[in-house]
Design a protein around this ligand. Structure first.
Ligand SMILES: [Zn+2]
Length: 277
């Protein structure tokens, strides 16, 4: 069975700030980049103990060039680099039996979530699909769900794990840290986090029969609250997008893949407004 892994970074052991996960940072980032990579490795090792044979990793943080090849087995594949049409869930249509989300974080506006944000803290204030307020895990799980792939493991802080479990009750959650607000956490050591991820990954694959693909029922209504009216000014230029509030746009379609691409387009176009005028 083939496994898909979307690997983010804010949920990594010890991480409690943007500095630690900023690829431009030359002091803290290189260390935590290695920790992130070792957590991905731990997830792969656990999955293999439960019978997984092929692995595709989609690097899903910032530049999306973080996971270090030299910490991975040689026989995995990895999608590297940003500007992917499906972003954090690129490549989901590859015939996978299960998916893992590692290093994930709380959605924008969730209390006690380290570095809480949804795709872009500068641009997105909140995202709702069919009225459900979504974190990244939920938005991405629905892309995988449409491809028939159940998400069975999530790792990150407790807020992220619990918030995702509320909608994907079958998911195995590995809570790496307890958040103390947005920029502090009480964390497991990297070594212990990796041990628990390996164990959780094995359990998640063993319990695959209990899992199911997560999907939103069509018609699918997407609402985006932007941080500023300037973001909505740009996003409403997309044909089919309706401006329903000063900072809010709405879009509806039967196909979630179209909705998700619209979300990525609105994120990029809306974000382009974040320049001094
Ligand atoms: Zn990230």
């Amino acid at each position: 069975m083939r496994l898909y892994i979307s690997a983010d970074m804010e949920g990594t052991a010890g991480v409690a700030s943007w500095t630690q996960v900023d690829p431009k940072n030359t002091t803290e980032y290189p260390y935590y980049r290695r920790c992130m990579s070792l957590e991905v490795r731990a997830a792969i090792d656990g999955a293999r103990e439960a019978g997984v044979t092929g692995v595709l990793i989609n690097d899903s943080h910032s530049s999306m060039r973080n996971v270090m090849w030299d910490e991975l087995p040689d026989d995995v594949r990895m999608i590297y680099g940003n500007r992917k049409p499906f972003s954090m869930s690129e490549g989901a249509e590859g015939g996978f039996g299960a998916a893992f989300f590692t290093g994930y974080h709380a959605g924008a506006g969730e209390a006690n979530g380290v570095c809480d944000h949804t795709y872009s803290g500068d641009t997105i204030y909140a995202v709702r699909v069919n009225g459900i307020r979504c974190n990244e895990a939920l938005l991405n799980a629905a892309v995988l769900g449409l491809a028939g792939v159940p998400v069975v493991l999530i790792t990150g802080d407790r807020t992220t794990v619990e918030g995702t479990k509320a909608h994907l009750p079958w998911i195995t959650g590995v809570a790496i840290k307890e958040s103390i607000g947005r920029f502090a956490a009480d964390s497991l050591s990297p070594g212990e986090a990796q041990r628990r991820i390996r164990e959780g990954a094995r359990t998640a694959i063993e319990r695959l029969a209990d899992a199911r693909p997560f999907v939103f029922d069509p018609p699918i209504a997407l609402e985006i609250d932007f941080v500023s009216t300037q973001n909505a000014d740009f996003a409403e230029l997309i044909p089919g997008v309706e401006r329903i509030g000063g900072r809010t746009v709405r879009y509806e379609h039967e196909d979630y893949r179209v909705v998700f691409r619209l979300f990525i387009a609105a994120l990029r176009l809306g974000g382009a407004a974040n320049v001094p005028v």
